[in-house]
Design a protein around this ligand. Structure first.
Ligand code: AMP
Length: 340
């Protein structure tokens, strides 16, 4: 009996075929036929320390990473806030990729959100050294009229009350609401966070946050508890150990590509989210099978993000790099096995 590889091999092949069937450049493609994607999240300055180096204040933020990634595939309508100290050149760079910034407020007399973190040797764990909310403290997002066609809403990491305010401002509920969050909000705003979680379709968090949120060590038990809180889908990010997708009684696992050098994992989760939602916006298909492909694309993009500090690597890659990387995923997990 021949068992053809893993489910993942099929998801990867499906994704590779999809890429190959498009011989047009991604940039030139008519993105208006995709589902309309709105992204909310922090835009930030980060200071990062890893065992391999230390950065000064560099550009970061959940929505920044999501936009850099998703704009490889589709149009992004961004909602965020920055201070007068945020470089105009960074906003221009996103605008040049087709990211719509009408929903990004610039508070001239205030400071941009600042986060600093330090990674340990295994790079899977990090400590937050400092979080300065600055402009995020009193941020009241305003959803522009031109964003009201939103079909997929990506709530990147941000104050939970701000995330839910964006949902509330949508005159028509988006077809899919995806949410990312982190332990910081679990520690200081658990009630608000649980309320926002109850409103979304897909929640993505890392394994330690899943345990913190559910109080369960077993990820399977934790997933059941969290899906009972509202989300129909749960994605558990496990850093260099890949990601799990849960839905009802189904589960799918995607690995992370083993890389020779991991320089800075910051933003990998957001980049993963950007690839995930962009694939769904482009294919307009929310089936579990298509979500598997979306996870593979997210993982492939996240593998670029970690290769350099901050958003640097995401600014360099092109369509051909992405295709080659997806192909590496195919090689990684595709196998035949013959039971004797
Ligand atoms: P990730 O490594 O994918 O979890 O995301 C890292 C990014 O999240 C950094 O660029 C930070 O600026 C941003 N970030 C860190 N803490 C927060 C927070 N409490 N709220 C919003 N964004 C944050």
């Amino acid at each position: 009996m021949i068992i053809k590889g893993l489910q993942i091999g099929l998801a990867l092949l499906a994704y590779r075929n999809l890429l190959n069937s498009k011989n047009r450049s991604l940039a030139a493609e008519n993105k208006t036929i995709h589902m309309s994607l709105v992204v909310v999240g922090s835009m930030a300055f980060d200071a990062i320390e890893t065992p391999f180096g230390k950065s000064d204040k560099i550009i970061g933020g959940a929505a920044t990473y999501i936009a850099w990634c998703a704009s490889n595939f589709t149009t992004v309508k961004q909602i965020s806030v920055v201070g007068g100290d945020f470089p105009q050149s960074e906003l221009d760079a996103l605008a040049n990729r087709g990211v719509i910034l009408e929903g990004v407020q610039i508070k001239k007399d205030e400071k941009t959100f600042f986060w600093s973190g330090k990674y340990h040797l295994d790079m899977n764990t990090r400590d937050t050294i400092e979080t300065q909310l600055n402009v995020l403290e009193n941020f009241e997002p305003v959803v522009p009229d031109s964003y009201q066609d939103c079909e997929i809403l990506m709530l990147g990491n941000l104050v939970p009350g701000v995330q839910s305010s964006v949902i509330k401002q949508m005159k028509k509920r988006p077809k899919l609401i995806v949410m990312d969050t982190m332990n910081f909000w679990m520690e200081i705003m658990m009630d608000d966070l649980l309320h926002t979680i109850s409103l979304v379709d897909v929640l993505m968090v890392n394994d330690s946050e899943v345990r913190q949120l559910s109080g369960e060590y077993s990820l399977v038990k934790a997933a059941k508890k969290i899906m009972a809180m509202g989300p129909k889908y749960l994605i558990i990010k496990k850093g260099e150990h890949g990601a799990l997708l849960f839905h009802e009684n189904e589960v799918f696992f995607a690995p992370a590509l083993p890389l020779e050098e991991v320089f800075d994992p910051t933003g990998a989760g957001d980049t993963f989210a950007g690839g995930f939602v962009a694939h769904l916006a482009k294919t307009k298909d929310f089936s579990f099978n298509n979500m598997k492909s979306a996870i593979i694309l997210g993982s492939a993009l996240a593998s670029f993000c970690v290769e350099k500090f901050g958003t640097q690597r995401l600014t360099e890659i092109n369509e051909s790099d992405i295709k080659t990387r997806v192909q590496s995923f195919v090689q990684l997990v595709n196998f035949d096995i013959e039971l004797v």
